[in-house]
Design a binder for this molecule. Structure first.
Ligand code: ATP
Ligand code: MN
Length: 300
């Protein structure tokens, strides 16, 4: 038997400006993902992943897409049952060729599920999405993330932090693979409301705009089946082509804002990195059993 290797995905219109104000082309985006691939790919590989696509560049509206488009040759699909009960095909990239093919289809951002195709009902991390409201400074946001880290330690959970490339931060908690979506939702709900009750001047767990003014919204709703959050090292389709960047907790203070890293500085950082900023993330197996007892005693 002869195996014909699949041709590499082609990037057409390589010189097309995707971020005109920043002089960034489609080829630049493909080159970026190729360069960061060893760090980026593990965060999305074999997970249902929504892509944020901009066929007319970032000066025109884009759209989120979770179902595979016609014509894909490198991107794997997964058929899963949606919350409604219907079966549907989802984009599920598993290798570098898939990522570049999605870039060819004008994807800029990558947003994976917190569970893998092989274990869809068991999230393997939690995400607390910290959204600073109007009037909250960046140092206040990073202090809040560190405070939450401490609270998680008290609940016997280690956490990791990334800038989102936008206004905020994600605090991410790796889990044992036997946790269920119900556990994730129940714990994050109780934990976020607990923090907001404890420090009502700084935090809210409610999404309304009025609630958020001067406070940080702890969005725990990422931790439900079907929800996504942006992948580490993903570009953002926002001015300046920022990047969602995993940080070491001790380096967070060196970041001047949530969008401190962009398509160019992220690559410089990559070349200087000697070890993984989220060292241990992939192998850490944490259980929600004790945290759930602490935060939701009536239901434990
Ligand atoms: P920021 O720090 O600016 O808040 P973010 O990535 O946390 O950046 P949010 O607006 O808080 O952005 O959204 C949180 C997550 O919700 C996103 O990362 C994305 O995965 C998901 N999301 C947001 N809007 C959509 C959408 N229209 N369709 C699908 N997923 C979405
Ligand atoms: Mn956010």
């Amino acid at each position: 038997m002869t195996i014909t290797p699949r041709p590499e995905p082609v990037v057409t219109h390589p010189q097309r400006l995707v971020f005109p104000a920043d002089d960034i082309t489609k080829q630049d985006i493909a080159n970026y993902y190729q360069a960061v691939m060893p760090r980026f790919l593990p965060g999305i590989a074999s997970r249902p992943t929504s892509v944020y696509r901009f066929p007319e560049g970032t000066t025109k509206p884009g759209f989120f897409q979770k179902h595979p488009m016609r014509g894909l040759q490198h991107v794997e699909h997964i058929t899963l049952h949606e919350e409604s009960g219907a079966m549907a095909d989802y984009i599920c990239p598993s290798d570098a060729g898939a990522v570049i093919e999605l870039v060819q289809y004008n994807a800029i951002e990558f947003h994976p599920w917190a569970s893998r195709a092989t274990s869809l009902e068991e999230p393997d991390y939690l995400v607390f999405d910290l959204d600073p409201g109007d009037g909250v400074s960046w140092p206040e946001a990073t202090d809040a993330a560190r405070w939450i880290r401490g609270r998680l330690v008290e609940a016997s959970l280690q956490s990791f932090v990334r800038t989102t490339g936008g206004k905020g931060l994600h605090v991410v908690v790796p889990l044992h693979t036997s946790c269920r979506w119900d556990d994730a939702r129940q714990f994050t709900n109780a934990f976020a409301h607990g923090l907001a009750d404890e420090q009502p001047a700084s935090f809210t767990a409610k999404a309304s705009k009025a609630e958020r003014k001067g406070r940080i919204f702890i969005d725990y709703l990422r931790n439900t089946r079907g929800a996504t959050s942006v992948a580490s090292w993903s570009l953002r389709a926002r001015p300046g082509a920022p990047v969602a960047m995993p940080m070491r907790w001790q380096d967070l203070g060196r970041c001047a804002s949530g969008d401190a890293f962009d398509i160019r500085s992220a690559r410089r950082r990559l070349s200087r990195l000697r070890s993984e900023p989220w060292e241990g993330f992939a192998t850490m197996r944490q259980s929600l059993e004790k945290p759930l007892r602490i935060y939701a005693p009536s239901k434990a």
